[in-house]
Design a protein around this ligand. Structure first.
Ligand code: G3P
Ligand code: CA
Length: 250
C-alpha cells in the first residue's frame, strides 16, 4: 500500500476509476489501483438476504442488465447480473461485488471510503453488519465510512470509535465549525458548491475535508492549495498527475 503523503490530498477513486471502467466493478477498482489511488470509494446497500453489496443506485437498471430494486434480490440473484456491458462490450461479465469481497481482495493494496447509501432507518442493521465486517477483517484503521445519514455515522462511531467517519453534505455551508461533532471526523463537500475558503474553515474547525467529485486538474490544484484532506475523483490518474505537475494537461 502507498504510504500517506501528507504534502498533498489523498486521491480517492470515486466508484473506482469510474471514468474508464464500469463503476464499482473489479475492473474499475483494479484501474484505480494501477493509477495509484490512495483510497477506493464504494457505495453500499443491503440485498434481500442481508448482504452488503456495492452498487450506487437503489435500482438495477442503469448499471446492470437486471430490473427492479437491489433490495428485492438475494446476493445469489444479484451475482447472476452483468454489471459491465452497459459501459462497454469488453467489460461484459463484470459482477456486482460485496464489501467483503472487495476488502479481501484489496486490503493490502489500498484504503477504503465506504458510503452507506442508507442507514438503519431504511435498512435495519446495516451499520452493525458493516462494523462487524471491518472488525473481522481488521481494517478499521484503513477505512473512512461516509454517509448522508449522519445518524448512521454516529452509530458506527459508537460501535467502534476507531473507525473514522465523514459526513456527506450538499450545500453552501455558512459555518462548518457548527457541524463539528464527536462522532464525525471529516466533512465531504460537493465540489460545485465548495470554495477554497470552505475547505479552510472546515480544517480550522478541526475536521478533515474531502471534496467530491473533482475531475479537473485546475480544481484539484486549487483544493490542494487550500489544504483539502482528500479529492474524490472518477479520474485518479489525471488528478495524481495534476498534483505532481503544474503545467497544462498532457
Ligand atoms: O463520495 C461522495 C459521493 O460519492 C457522494 O455522491 O452520488 O456519487 O454517491 P454519490
Ligand atoms: Ca458515493
Amino acid at each position: 500500500m502507498n504510504p500517506i503523503d501528507a504534502s498533498r490530498p489523498l486521491i480517492v477513486a470515486h466508484r473506482g476509476a469510474s471514468a474508464e471502467a464500469p463503476e464499482h466493478t473489479l475492473a474499475a477498482y483494479e484501474a484505480a489501483i494501477r493509477e495509484q489511488a490512495d483510497m477506493i470509494e464504494l457505495d453500499v446497500r443491503l440485498s434481500a438476504d442481508g448482504q452488503l453489496v456495492v452498487i450506487h443506485d437503489e435500482r438495477l437498471e442503469r448499471t446492470t442488465d437486471g430490473r427492479g430494486e437491489v433490495r428485492g434480490y438475494t446476493l445469489q440473484a444479484l451475482k447472476r447480473l452483468d454489471a459491465g456491458s452497459w459501459f462497454g462490450r469488453r467489460f461484459q461479465g463484470q459482477r456486482i461485488q460485496t464489501v467483503t469481497e472487495l476488502i479481501e481482495r484489496f486490503r493490502d493494496r489500498v484504503r477504503f471510503a465506504i458510503e452507506l447509501k442508507e442507514g438503519s432507518c431504511v435498512s435495519p442493521g446495516i451499520e452493525e453488519r458493516l462494523v462487524s465486517i471491518l472488525q473481522i477483517y481488521d481494517v478499521t484503521d484503513q477505512v473512512l465510512v461516509l454517509s448522508f445519514d449522519h445518524h448512521a455515522l454516529r452509530k458506527v462511531h459508537e460501535m467502534d470509535p476507531e473507525i473514522r467517519t465523514g459526513a456527506l453534505l450538499v450545500g453552501r455551508l455558512l459555518s462548518p465549525e457548527r457541524l463539528a461533532d464527536a462522532s464525525i471526523q471529516a466533512l465531504c463537500l460537493q465540489a460545485g458548491l465548495t470554495t477554497e475558503q470552505d475547505v479552510e474553515a472546515c480544517l480550522r474547525a478541526g475536521l478533515q475535508c474531502f471534496v467530491w467529485v473533482v475531475n479537473e486538474a485546475e480544481a484539484a490544484r486549487r483544493y490542494a492549495k487550500a489544504g483539502a484532506t482528500g479529492l474524490i475523483t472518477d479520474r485518479p490518474g489525471l488528478i495524481r498527475w495534476a498534483l505532481a505537475n503544474t503545467g497544462p494537461e498532457a
